[in-house]
Design a protein around this ligand. Structure first.
Ligand code: ZN
Length: 76
């Protein structure tokens, strides 16, 4: 397997796994290298009625990153 060019993004399967872990409140591990991932909440722009929470995750080892949308649970 050849080394990639470094950085890049996750594919759909990886993103789905990350989103699931995020939704369950689990610790996020990089699906490619199993490193603990950095997680950062992305704030919507001012005045934007954006109800979803978006979280940006980054692997410090392989430098892959993804922006994940968190659906809010419909609690009161
Ligand atoms: Zn990684």
């Amino acid at each position: 397997m050849k080394a990639g060019t470094g950085g890049g993004s996750f594919d759909a399967v990886d993103r789905r796994g990350l989103a699931l872990a995020l939704a369950r409140g689990l610790a996020l591990e990089c699906p490619r290298c199993a490193a603990p991932m950095i997680r950062q909440e992305v704030r919507p722009g001012q005045g934007v009625p954006y109800v979803r929470r978006r979280v940006w995750v980054l692997c410090p080892v392989c430098r892959r990153s993804a922006a994940l949308d968190l659906d809010r649970p419909s609690d009161g």
